[in-house]
Design a protein. Structure first.
Length: 274
């Protein structure tokens, strides 16, 4: 059957694929729109397999909280080039994935990819978009936070985002400042007790090796390593860090200025440039 410009335009609106891709798919499917959509989907998977060895290191990092500020989600959708990452259609697609993540709060990244999305799943739709956009795409990270109050921060440019969970409702400025502190200072944990034993032992070993290279006696290495570990806790755990807007206070002291019991329960941070 003859394929009209209106048919091509209709399929393009349905799939987002290019005009020639839509025309070819309609011709291959003899004008059957459902079959044409499937053709485009399969071609997307074919392109994805051909581009599997490409590096998708650009993209967007987006975070959002629910209307009641009790939960938040953060996702990373990667592309090969910054040109695609800045495309409004790509950003819109990432936001739609984020909306679904926030709505369903799946357990992990695999569960997010398995969520229904249109007539397919999120994971399959990402693959299909490879064929439409012509670059490797990768939904590479998903994080979530649930707390009495959750705050999100996206750094301008969509390359860095954070979520912070507070143990009680606080002033808007307090939550915003904490989310920005996490973005700026990249803490490894909320407090000392949240640092893993593996990280602690690694930091101690680094401290011992540094002291040994400085010629310190062997019987002093453990004590020196403990001192360096305490410095690590001060610099790298959120509540013990100097508050970026007032370095005479720690983050813990800053929060206690609003409420003596106010604290951070958890956080998520992701940067494409780290």
């Amino acid at each position: 059957m003859a394929i009209t410009a209106a048919d091509v335009s209709k399929l393009r609106k349905m799939t987002g694929a290019g005009m020639m891709d839509c025309k070819n798919a309609l011709e291959e499917s003899n004008g059957d729109f459902e079959k044409a959509v499937e053709v485009i989907r399969k071609r997307g998977q074919l392109v994805a397999s051909k581009r599997a060895d490409r590096m998708a290191t650009e993209g967007v990092v987006l975070a959002r909280v629910s209307g009641d500020a009790k939960k938040g989600a953060l996702i990373v959708l990667n592309s090969e080039t910054d040109f695609v990452a800045k495309n409004e259609g790509f950003i819109k697609f990432a936001r739609e994935i984020l909306d679904k993540a926030l709505e369903k709060m799946p357990a992990d990244l695999d569960a997010l990819k398995a969520l229904p999305f249109g007539k397919s799943t999120i994971g399959d739709t990402v693959t299909e978009q490879v064929g439409i956009i012509g670059e490797k795409l990768d939904l590479s990270f998903y994080g979530k936070v649930q707390a009495e109050q959750v705050v999100a921060y996206i750094h301008p440019g969509n390359k860095l985002a954070t979520l912070a969970g507070l143990n009680k409702t606080a002033e808007v400025q307090a939550g915003k400042d904490i989310a920005m502190q996490i973005a700026a200072m990249n803490p490894v944990a909320v407090d000392k007790q949240d640092v893993t034993a593996e990280v602690i032992e690694k930091e101690k070993e680094i401290g011992r090796e540094q002291a040994r290279n400085e010629g310190k006696p062997e019987n002093m290495l453990d004590k020196i390593a403990e001192g360096k570990l305490n410095k690590f806790f001060k610099e790298s755990t959120l509540l013990n860090q100097e508050f970026t807007k007032d370095n005479t206070k720690t983050v813990r002291q800053y929060l206690q200025g609003f409420d003596k019991d106010l604290t951070v329960t958890t956080f998520v941070r992701y940067s494409l440039n780290q």
